[in-house]
Design a protein around this ligand. Structure first.
Ligand SMILES: Cc1ncc(COP(=O)(O)O)c(C=O)c1O
Length: 382
């Protein structure tokens, strides 16, 4: 089977985990701090503002919680988002309002966001489809102008930049996902970045029960009665730990290699699929935009996507579509949702092909050849 995604973990990660075992400190500790610092350096931000969590979803929920939303508030996000973003909006007491996307990049432009803004809009969430930065500079400028906080769901863009600036640092809050299928994996895990220092300190508290200070060993030499509790606001427990941080640190060191191999695979797909009748390959990112290359997506001219996905599966090639449109999901649907024709169009025609550094060039050629054959057979049908 040629898989869609596959984590790249091996001896280096095992050795890092073995060190954690030997030290007998598995929970939140020095390796968590070190990972937060190294990730902050990777982003070019202050490490006091990066918080290692147990998932990217926890980062979305915390980000929305920090915005103090209320009933009647609206949060604008593209319909082609991961469902955790909409869940986080609803959990924070607000209403998701879905906007359209560019039908080829599957990213919203500033124009799409602007069309969905109302006086009730209290936040905007954007993701960077497949790691492609999209219109992030213009969207960040629009949100600044309107005084609306921008949350970047940078789950897929751990190594994406615009003119050298890390994606995720354009808005006010951002999170990255390190789940088992991502580019940098810790099994489960995520990083939250919060621009404002006070909000960052609050997010850190909320990630660990709402405690203002540690009530454990970490505080024993600081406070006389370190077991006493100071809880300015109730929180949850969504912190990362030293086991997953140890894996994350190794993965961060390997990230440039992962991205380079992903880019090479994308270029090979582009060559192998060039000129294939009825297949559109991803539009190249504009100058200055660097992608993590999380997805390689193709689009079909005449709505034959579902049959092609089945035919590829029968040939042991697993593909999928991300992200099924949220404005169609009853749990989030509202009566006054505007029609989103480009999202509907893209959702009916797009397929994500296998993309991970474990693929050989032969695997990529096999996928491309099987796809070309499946498309050509359908185009010959009367
Ligand atoms: C765009 C996007 N946002 C958020 C998440 C949630 O991340 P996690 O799985 O780490 O909770 C994912 C995971 O698939 C994602 O793809």
């Amino acid at each position: 089977m040629i898989h869609l995604f596959q984590p790249q973990t091996g001896e280096l990660e095992l050795a890092a985990v073995a060190e954690v075992f030997a030290d007998r400190w598995l929970g939140h500790g020095p390796r968590t701090k070190a990972f937060e610092t190294e990730f902050a350096t990777h982003l070019g931000v202050d490490p006091a503002h990066t918080i290692f969590l147990n998932s990217g979803t926890a980062g979305l929920f915390l980000a929305l919680e920090c915005l103090d939303l209320a009933e009647g508030d609206e949060v604008v996000l593209p319909s082609l988002s991961f469902l955790a973003a909409a869940n986080a909006v609803v959990a924070a007491g607000a209403r998701p309002v879905f906007c359209d996307v560019d039908p080829r990049t599957l990213n919203p432009t500033a124009r799409h966001i602007e069309a969905a803004l109302t006086e009730r809009t209290k936040a905007v969430i954007v993701l960077h489809y497949g790691g492609y930065p999209g219109d992030i500079e213009a969207i960040a400028a629009l949100c600044r102008d309107r005084g609306v906080p921008l949350v970047e769901d940078a789950a897929c863009s751990v190594d994406s930049r615009v003119d050298g600036r890390a994606v995720g640092t354009f808005g006010d809050l951002a999170m990255w996902s390190f789940d088992a299928m991502k580019v940098l994996v810790t099994g489960d895990g995520g990083m939250l970045w919060v621009r404002d220092p006070e909000r960052a300190a609050r997010a850190r508290r909320l990630a660990y029960h709402g405690l203002a200070q540690s009530s454990g060993f970490g505080h024993a030499r600081v406070s006389h009665r370190w077991w006493e509790l100071e809880v300015p606001e109730v929180g949850r427990r969504v912190i990362g730990n030293d086991l997953t941080a140890a894996i994350g640190r190794v993965q961060l060191g390997r990230l440039p290699g992962f991205t380079a191999r992903r880019r090479a695979i994308v270029e090979l797909y582009d060559r192998e699929l060039a000129g294939a009748d009825g297949v559109l390959t991803p539009p190249p990112p504009p100058a200055g935009h660097e992608s993590t290359h999380y997805f390689y997506w193709v689009q079909f001219a005449d709505g034959m996507r579902d049959d092609i996905a089945s035919e590829l599966l029968a040939a042991d090639i697993y593909t999928t579509f991300r992200y099924a449109p949220l404005h169609k999901v009853p749990a989030y649907r509202s009566a006054d949702q505007a029609p989103l024709p480009s999202s509907d169009h893209a959702a009916a025609r797009t397929l994500c092909l296998p993309l991970h550094p474990g693929l050989t060039d032969d695997d990529v050629r096999t996928v491309a050849a099987t796809l070309r054959k499946a498309v050509a057979a359908r185009r010959q049908e009367p």
